[in-house]
Design a protein around this ligand. Structure first.
Ligand code: HEM
Length: 527
């Protein structure tokens, strides 16, 4: 458990800059492609100019000074000859074991300190074999998101989730297998498919809110998880409301809740570390998986025989009917891996993002009041609509508290990251947390200021809570829909206050970053 880097560090510039310097950098960004045309077109150079389309709201950004840009930095695949001319990234000077321990338990302090001392590209040892080199420059991020899949496969193929989800799920597979699974799943997560879930999400949220006690302290995280688990199970299995008692769906829901709760035990953190690089689950993890597998296979068997399979729109039925271009169907093991992937990837993340939203709002009276006013009256303090204010609040929460703080790719060819060269076979990690706290891109980066986003869409390479490229989160549209509906319902119906004035610290659980006390609030009134 650790403190967030803003505690005591608010307003500071990462490296050696000052606000004046930041302004200078922004001027430089716009002038560089003209001054150095060769750099802008070189294959290893990528620009970080914002897409002008992103800047267009109905009237453009209302607070243009609250989002800037990073200076350009060349990045991407390079020839061996160029690699030989470049320096290697500076190392964190700590024993491997100490690095692994600090990264796993104190990732935030660890990466902010390393960036302060070593710059925006540095190398750590331990945790992942062969690296990782950690970067926080949007141009470097762009080079990895746009890379050919075979040049920079995702590190999720090596994640501790692999023994649980198997090597073939959309999250853990790499190469052609990954593309095949992604194509099969994509239609179920498309914006139009998600639109049909909105009513169901709203019903799940209202049901939960109805139960909450006024005048008492509650931890929001488990409550948010109850909503998002209902939503994902309804979406996957096509069940309205909670699964009926005695059904395999209900047994599955119970097993998942128990397994997620157990993942907070200290032993689970250890189990997770022990599984890095393993193919098969062992010990406690194996027991938890068996508990989940039995009802999962039962659900699949039942559904295969369902008479109305063709008419059903849920994800499991869609997957049972799906065929690859070669006409192949998915077998039970493949279906189990995908279903479990979606349940695990899809509910805790969204629940924690919502929990962080309220943790932040209840400590920031102005944005909180602005959200409540916009939702209850339909217009906000800056003349924005309720939808714009809700969107801005979610966007800023996901910038300020990204629930997945780091993602990675393993480069197969020499790579350039600014002034540094990276050997083939090295893992490159993109610290979402560090990208989102660049002073040049987000002036006053530690402050929670949803108004940054009024009239402005987030950038593709400097707002990356869902990752990007061909590995971008498959459930992003669903996660955004859930957050919009639940945040709106809560702002409309509840007067919430923090149980304590001090911000909640961040804790790492599995691959996520969550509020350490579960986002505790007191419900002062219900409407
Ligand atoms: C706020 C909520 C969520 C956050 C912050 C989040 C974040 C992420 C991130 C950072 C990645 C890795 C992207 C990369 O490496 O470039 C990812 C991948 C993925 N997410 Fe999410 N996620 C969320 C919700 C969901 C939901 C609701 C689902 C599904 C129901 C989902 C399913 C997946 C899947 C299947 C992948 C793997 C995609 C691939 O490798 O092709 N996520 N997510």
């Amino acid at each position: 458990m650790i403190g967030f880097a803003d505690q005591g560090g608010a307003g500071k510039v990462d490296r050696d800059g000052t606000r004046g310097c930041v302004r200078w950098l922004r001027l430089t960004v716009t002038s560089i492609p003209v001054a150095f045309p060769a750099m802008a077109t070189s294959p290893s150079a990528v620009e970080n100019r914002r897409d002008p389309e992103d800047e267009k709201g109905p009237e453009g950004p209302r607070f243009p000074e609250l989002v800037g840009a990073a200076p350009p930095s060349p990045a991407g695949p390079i020839e061996e000859a160029e690699l030989a001319t470049l320096a290697t990234a500076p190392d964190i000077r700590l024993p491997k074991l100490a690095q692994t321990a600090r990264f796993s338990v104190r990732q935030i302090e660890f990466v902010f300190k390393a960036r302060r001392e070593l710059g925006e590209v540095f190398r750590m040892r331990g945790v992942i074999p062969g690296g990782p080199v950690i970067t926080s420059h949007p141009d470097h991020v762009k080079s990895l998101f746009m890379a050919k899949p075979e040049q920079a496969p995702s590190l999720t193929g090596e994640s501790p989730l692999r023994p649980i989800l198997g090597p073939n799920s959309v999250l853990t597979a790499v190469g052609p297998r990954h593309l095949r699974q992604r194509r099969l799943l994509l239609p179920a997560f498309h914006g139009e498919a998600i639109a049909q879930y909105v009513e169901m999400i709203s019903a799940a949220a209202e049901r939960e809110i109805d139960r909450w006690p006024v005048g008492e302290t509650i931890a929001l995280a488990p409550r948010m998880q109850a909503i998002t688990l209902d939503v994902i199970m309804a979406g996957i299995f096509g069940i309205e409301g909670r699964p009926a008692p005695g059904t395999p769906e209900e047994a599955l829901r119970t097993a998942i809740r128990k397994a997620v709760a157990a993942s907070t035990w200290p032993t689970s953190q250890l189990t997770e570390l022990l599984h890095v690089g393993r193919e098969e689950p062992m010990g406690l993890m194996k027991m938890a998986i068996d508990m989940i597998d039995r009802p999962t296979y039962a659900v699949i068997r039942d559904r295969r025989c369902a008479a109305d399979l063709e008419e059903r729109h849920d994800i499991l039925s869609t997957l049972l009917l799906a065929r690859t271009e070669e006409g192949e169907a998915m077998d039970d093991k493949e279906l189990r891996d995908e279903l479990l992937t979606l349940v695990l990837a899809g509910h805790e993340t969204t629940a924690n993002s919502l929990s962080w939203a309220w943790e932040r709002l209840t400590r920031n009276p102005e944005p909180h009041a602005a959200l409540v006013e916009a939702v209850r009256r339909g217009t906000g303090v800056a003349g924005e609509t309720a939808e714009e204010r809700v969107e801005a609040t979610i966007t800023e929460t996901m910038r300020n508290r990204p629930v997945i703080p780091i993602i990675g790719r393993r480069v197969q060819v020499p790579w350039r990251l600014g002034d540094y060269g990276v050997e083939p076979g090295t893992a490159i990690a993109m610290s979402i947390l560090l990208v989102h706290h660049r002073e040049d891109v987000y002036p006053d980066p530690f402050a929670f200021r949803p108004e940054r986003w009024l009239g402005r869409k987030p950038g593709t390479y400097d707002w990356i809570p869902f990752g990007g490229g061909i590995r971008r989160c498959l459930g992003a549209a669903l996660a955004m829909a859930e957050q919009r509906v639940v945040l709106t319902a809560m702002a409309r119906r509840l007067d919430l206050v923090a149980d304590r004035p001090a911000p909640e610290r961040a804790m790492h659980r599995n691959v996520t970053m969550i509020p350490a006390r579960g986002a505790r609030v007191v419900i002062a009134a219900k409407h």
